[in-house]
Structures are given as C-alpha cells and as structure tokens.
Design a protein around this ligand. Structure first.
Ligand SMILES: Nc1ncnc2c1ncn2[C@@H]1O[C@H](COP(=O)(O)OP(=O)(O)O)[C@@H](O)[C@H]1O
Ligand SMILES: [Mg+2]
Length: 221
C-alpha cells in the first residue's frame, strides 16, 4: 500500500481492492491517551464514518462507497475518488471569481441535502470536500463536476436546527480562515443552502446566534 497522508488521527493509503482504486483510512492509537478510552474513541469514529457514508449514499449525496471494514485494524476501505482534488486546492487555484462562486453554490446545495437527511458532518472544511471535474464535451461546453463529501469520523445524526447551524458555523470559520477575502464566495454557499433546504430559516437563525456568541466570546478575550 502506498502511504498518501499521515494525519493527526489517521493514515491514508492508496491500494486496490477487487481491482478497484481504493483508499484505506487507518485510525491509529494515540500514545498520550488512556489505552481503553483510546480504543473506544477510535472504534466510535470508524463506526460513525461508515454509518454516515452509508446514510449519505442512501440520501443520494455523493461520497465514497465503502468496500470493506477491518475492525481489528481500524481500517476502512473506501472507493478512491479518482481524478478529484480537494476544494481547498480548487479554491486556492481559482481565487474568488465566478468559478469559485459556482463551486460555493454547489457546496450550499450539497450541505442542504445532507442536513435534510439529518446528517451533521461535524468537521466541515474545504479539505473534507472533493471535486471531480466534469467531462469536456464537444464544442467546449463542459458538464458540471461532482462534489463529494468525505471524512465523517465526527459526524452524528440530528434533526435539531442548532446542530445544523453549528455545522455551518464550523465551515464558515474554516472557510474564511483558509481562503483570504472569500466572504462573497461564502455568501453564495449560504444563499444556495437557503434556497435548497427544507427549514432554512431556523438553521440560518441558529447560525446567526452562534456567530453572536462567538463574537461576544472574542470580545471578552
Ligand atoms: N475516497 C477518497 N478518494 C480520494 N482521496 C481521498 C479519499 N479520502 C480521503 N482522500 C484524501 O485524503 C485526505 C485525508 O482524508 P480524510 O478522510 O479527510 O482524513 P483526515 O481525518 O486525516 O483528515 C483528503 O483530504 C483527501 O485529499
Ligand atoms: Mg480530513
């Protein structure tokens, strides 16, 4: 297996499984955590990741297929999204122009479907979304690419508007700090989310409430 990435919680490898391009996500123990607690946390994250991936696929939201789970080694074998890049890389390449705004609207629509399925991602950042470009068609017209959600280890299931609002707040903070001057792009995320989700008003009201709390906290130092 080829090591792709060594993160804080997991190692990612590229391999093939039944002839298909595969990503193996292996969670490892952390030396500084109590062993039993650590194993429990690792198991819980693996379980949550698999559960939410399946729930997303059932709801028609693009995410990697789960090929195999090795509970002993805390490994998940996932479909590799071939030819895709993280949205983080895409935004770094695109800046804040029209193409970035179009991607922003795609994010908003995808998150609306995810929240309508009562899935809370728990770690929304542009590194946890991948874009597979559409095919170039004849005449230079290209079909729209596809946005995949990944990294569901901190996800949960909830119908509560506040949980969805906090999910958006986490993304807003991550988005604006990773991509300078991207306020207008993030506005597109929210406006597409508002037009696509069932209970937009209560979620966006909660987002506003969480923002206010954040501001008060930072004023208090
Ligand atoms: N199914 C996949 N297909 C292609 N690349 C992937 C896939 N899953 C993860 N990656 C790549 O590995 C990186 C880390 O994966 P992720 O699940 O976010 O782990 P971590 O918990 O370490 O952040 C992603 O940002 C992406 O670049
Ligand atoms: Mg990640």
């Amino acid at each position: 297996m080829e090591l792709l990435q060594q993160g804080a919680e997991a190692r990612l490898y590229r391999t093939s499984f039944c002839g298909k391009p595969t990503i193996v996500k292996e969670r490892f123990n952390k030396a500084y955590r109590h062993e039993t607690l650590d194993t429990l946390l690792t198991q819980r994250r693996t379980n949550q990741e698999v559960r939410s991936l399946l729930r997303c696929r059932k709801a028609g939201i693009a995410c990697p297929a789960v090929f195999f789970i090795d509970y002993e080694k805390h490994r998940i074998y996932l479909e590799e999204i071939v030819g895709a890049e993280t949205l983080r890389d895409a935004f770094c390449r695109l800046g804040n122009g029209d193409e970035a705004k179009r991607l922003g609207r795609m994010i908003g629509r995808t998150l609306a479907s995810m929240h309508d399925a009562d899935i809370i991602h728990g770690d929304l950042t542009t590194s946890n979304m991948m874009l597979r470009p559409g095919n170039e068609c004849a005449g230079g017209v290209s079909e729209e690419g596809q946005l995949f959600l990944i990294d569901f280890g901190l996800s949960s299931v909830s119908t509560v508007a506040e949980d969805k609002g906090v999910d958006l707040y986490v993304l807003e903070r991550a988005f604006l700090s990773s991509h300078p001057n991207s306020e207008a792009v993030f506005k597109e995320v929210l406006s597409a989310y508002r037009s696509a989700t069932k209970n937009a008003k209560s979620v966006v009201d909660k987002l506003e409430e969480v923002r206010m709390r954040g501001r008060k906290r930072s004023m208090l130092g």
